[in-house]
Design a binder for this molecule. Structure first.
Ligand SMILES: Cc1cc2nc3c(=O)[nH]c(=O)nc-3n(C[C@H](O)[C@H](O)[C@H](O)COP(=O)(O)OP(=O)(O)OC[C@H]3O[C@@H](n4cnc5c(N)ncnc54)[C@H](O)[C@@H]3O)c2cc1C
Length: 400
């Protein structure tokens, strides 16, 4: 019998799980535990509208207060889960309480990776939470020279936003191109061109070895080649790690996130959704995946809520087509499926010079992903052929 469900992590995945459980008719006790003091909020605007377009925190709230109240769940905000005992079926809280559950959903997302050389140094920032974003915005307002370490999606967005505000910005990465790990070097080269055209200084193929500092805080980023990137504000955007520290004693299978089965279940009565969940996906032959995408957080939470209520016989494997997006200097870049760096990329429509095109990603003769640059419609067409032999795409493009 399901009478008590506890969801840990009160953000996109956690809130969606709670709402879906109610929408599907679950009437038992429902508790949503979140360690942040804010109501559940959107993260994508934190590196975009909140930093540059004057959005205030309430604009990021996922639901209005009255909508949240209508979900009929006990909201335990500002309260950290400190442990989970799958045998006793309890979640321990920072308050000392133990919440009993019949089913638990883990939706604790990620924590930013930090650089030891910058930790605790004034002027060095990370960006994951609303509080981080508000701190960063205040610091940017002083007009510092900015160095962003890490040219993945987040770092490139922050660099674009800061440069868009007229600041002197340097984007630093160990790879030869921005976004190389996320979408490959070819498209990464186009992203580099975009940033250069807008006046971002790119320092690529560079290793950070330390921070220059004085009594006021950080003064620059020290590189392995002996040079220094001068900056009064440094953002460390070198990726994130799954927030599973609180589960260390739980005995749950942990690795790169909470290791789940194809139904997103980690143990009897324990499920995971969103950025923290790692599960086997049939489109990635024999491999496990963990997605850091807003769309997945909601979709996976819905799938978990449905599987949890459906019971053993009715549960379905979770097999989404990944979808992500980034906005930089007004350009809208979207991805579907997988865009691995070792895939062969092919421009199948539009033109890179016009910054309006669709790139297909082929691996082992199969179309595994697509990237649309200001081309949402073209990307939707590419989606239909994901997982099919690359030759079918060529035939479609030729009008056969
Ligand atoms: C700045 C930024 C910009 C982004 N932009 C985009 C974008 O443009 N496009 C896109 O597709 N995706 C984007 N993303 C990614 C997207 O926001 C995430 O995929 C999504 O937020 C994941 O939701 P989640 O609920 O799984 O995890 P999270 O949003 O990380 O939420 C997890 C919550 O659990 C809480 N928590 C952690 N541990 C505990 C604990 N022990 N007890 C209680 N609570 C705990 C956390 O504090 C957090 O509130 C962006 C992310 C960031 C940070």
């Amino acid at each position: 019998m399901l009478n008590r469900i506890v969801v840990v992590g009160a953000s996109a995945a956690g809130l969606t799980a709670v709402e879906t459980l109610r929408a599907k008719g679950y009437e038992g006790e429902l508790t949503l535990v979140g360690d942040e003091r804010h109501p559940p909020y959107e993260r994508p605007p934190l590196s975009k509208e909140l930093l540059s377009e004057g959005w205030e925190p309430p604009s990021t709230w996922l639901r209005k207060e009255e909508v949240l109240a209508a979900v009929d769940a006990e909201l335990r905000l500002g309260c950290r889960a400190t442990g989970l005992d799958p045998a006793a079926r309890t979640v321990a809280l920072s308050t000392g309480e133990r919440l009993p559950y019949d089913a638990a959903i883990i939706a604790t997302g990620l924590r930013p990776r930090r650089l030891p050389c910058g930790d605790g140094l004034r002027g060095v920032h990370v960006l994951r939470s609303l509080d981080d974003a508000v701190r960063l915005r205040e610091a940017l307002a002083a007009g510092p020279r900015v160095a962003v370490i890490g040219a993945g999606f987040l770092g490139a967005e922050i660099a674009a936003t800061a440069r868009g505000a007229g600041l002197d910005v340097t984007l630093i990465d160990t790879n030869a191109q921005p976004l190389a790990r996320q979408v490959g070097a070819e498209i990464g080269g186009l992203v580099a061109g975009l940033h250069r055209d807008h006046g971002v200084r790119l320092v690529l193929g560079a290793d950070v070895v330390g921070m220059a500092r004085d009594d006021a805080g950080v003064r620059g980023v020290l590189l392995a080649d002996g040079t220094t990137v001068d900056a009064e504000l440094v953002v460390v955007a070198i990726g994130s790690v799954p927030a599973v520290d609180w589960l260390a004693e739980s005995g749950l299978p942990l690795g790169d996130g909470v290791l789940c089965d194809a139904y997103c279940r980690a143990a009897p009565g324990v499920w995971a959704a969103g950025d923290v969940a790692n599960w086997p996906h049939p489109m990635v032959a024999g491999a496990r995946v963990r997605l850091e995408q807003r769309t997945n957080a909601a979709q996976q939470a819905m799938a978990v809520a449905a599987n949890l209520l459906a019971g053993e016989a009715g549960a379905k494997p979770y097999t989404p087509v990944p979808f992500g997006w980034t906005h930089q200097f007004g350009e809208k870049i979207q991805t579907i499926g997988w865009c691995p760096p070792d895939a062969r990329t092919e421009i199948i429509s539009g033109s890179t010079a016009d910054r309006e095109f669709v790139a297909a990603y082929h691996r082992d003769g199969v179309l595994v992903g697509g990237l649309g640059w200001n081309s949402a419609r073209g990307l939707r067409q590419c989606r239909q052929l994901l997982g099919r032999p690359s030759s079918e795409l060529a035939a479609t493009a030729a009008g056969v």
